[in-house]
Design a protein around this ligand. Structure first.
Ligand code: AMP
Ligand code: MN
Ligand code: MN
Ligand code: MN
Length: 278
């Protein structure tokens, strides 16, 4: 059975490793088919593709787009995209746009609870300043000794109702699916178990997603608890959505699952890669 990992992050967004280092790690971990899916950014894809080619690792160009739907932040993964597509490129540029001022607002909230210097501190940890995000703030708070780990930071900071949470308007669902499709890619709902949807909301969301041409859903992801693998496998079988698998790896010391280390997709699903030339 192929080891397919279609979700991870490099230092071009909020991952720790370079695209080339991720390719090497995927290969070493036995991954056969690998996608890089940085948040709202395509700049790591050419380095990733070259590194994968040298390693004889099948590469899939990807992206993870931040959207706002019903006042929730949702992530849509695009797989098999052409990163030179102008619709996708311009769309993502606009999505990246508000991150700096949001970062200043996050820092102001942290300063108000006695943590100064977070904007500069987080920015220094962001290899791509255009992608300054909550993960960089979380790493800064670890560095500053506020909490021992990034996971602990996200329990007390940067999330709704806690200091350092700044609501943000990302792309729309319609834009994200349209950009992915115009770039020749396949749209996949990332880690559906993380949004706090009830059954009705999930159904409404999926119905809109499919009406726009969205096709897939992540079932086995490092962002799900194991019980959610079965829950979303059942959902994919029921709805006929294509099933995806990806570690959502961000870095060796931060992620619960390394590249290629998740269990396989449960049986009875149509994988998102079912019609790819592998
Ligand atoms: P942003 O796009 O700047 O809002 O940052 C979102 C990123 O924060 C996600 O892609 C994750 O990498 C990280 N993140 C969000 N919630 C958590 C959490 N509870 N634990 C660890 N990382 C998280
Ligand atoms: Mn992330
Ligand atoms: Mn995500
Ligand atoms: Mn991700």
């Amino acid at each position: 059975m192929l080891n397919v990992d279609l979700h991870c992050h490099s230092n071009v967004s909020d991952g720790v490793l370079s695209p080339a280092a991720l390719a090497a790690r995927a290969k070493a971990n036995g991954v056969d088919v690998w996608a890089l899916t940085d948040h709202d950014e395509l700049d790591g894809l050419s380095q990733a593709r070259e590194a994968a080619a040298e390693l004889d690792l099948h590469f899939v160009a990807g992206v993870e787009i931040s959207i706002t739907w019903a006042n929730k932040t949702i992530h849509i993964v695009g797989l098999g995209i052409d990163e030179n597509n102008p619709d996708l490129r311009e769309g993502l540029m606009s999505v990246r746009g508000g991150r700096e001022s949001r970062g200043r607002d996050i820092a102001a909230q942290l300063e108000a609870v006695g943590i100064p210097g977070a904007f500069e501190g987080a920015l220094k940890l962001a290899d791509n300043p255009e992608l300054l995000g909550r993960t960089h703030f979380a790493r800064y708070l670890v560095e500053a000794g506020v909490r021992p780990t990034v996971t602990e930071v996200f329990k007390s900071f940067l999330v709704e109702g806690k200091p350092g949470f700044v609501p943000h308007r990302w792309a729309t669902l319609e834009q994200s699916v349209r950009w992915i499709r115009s770039a020749g890619g396949r749209a996949v709902i990332a880690h559906p178990g993380r949004y706090g949807f009830d059954d009705l909301q999930l159904n409404v969301f999926v119905e809109q997603f499919r009406a726009l041409g969205g096709e897939g859903i992540e079932v086995v992801t490092g962002s799900h608890h194991p019980a959610q693998y079965d829950e979303y496998a059942a959902y994919a079988r029921k709805t006929g959505l294509l099933a995806s698998r990806g570690s959502d790896f961000h870095g060796p010391t931060e992620s619960r699952f390394d590249l290629g280390s998740l269990p396989p997709l449960p049986p009875g699903l149509t994988p998102v890669w079912h019609d790819w030339a592998l």
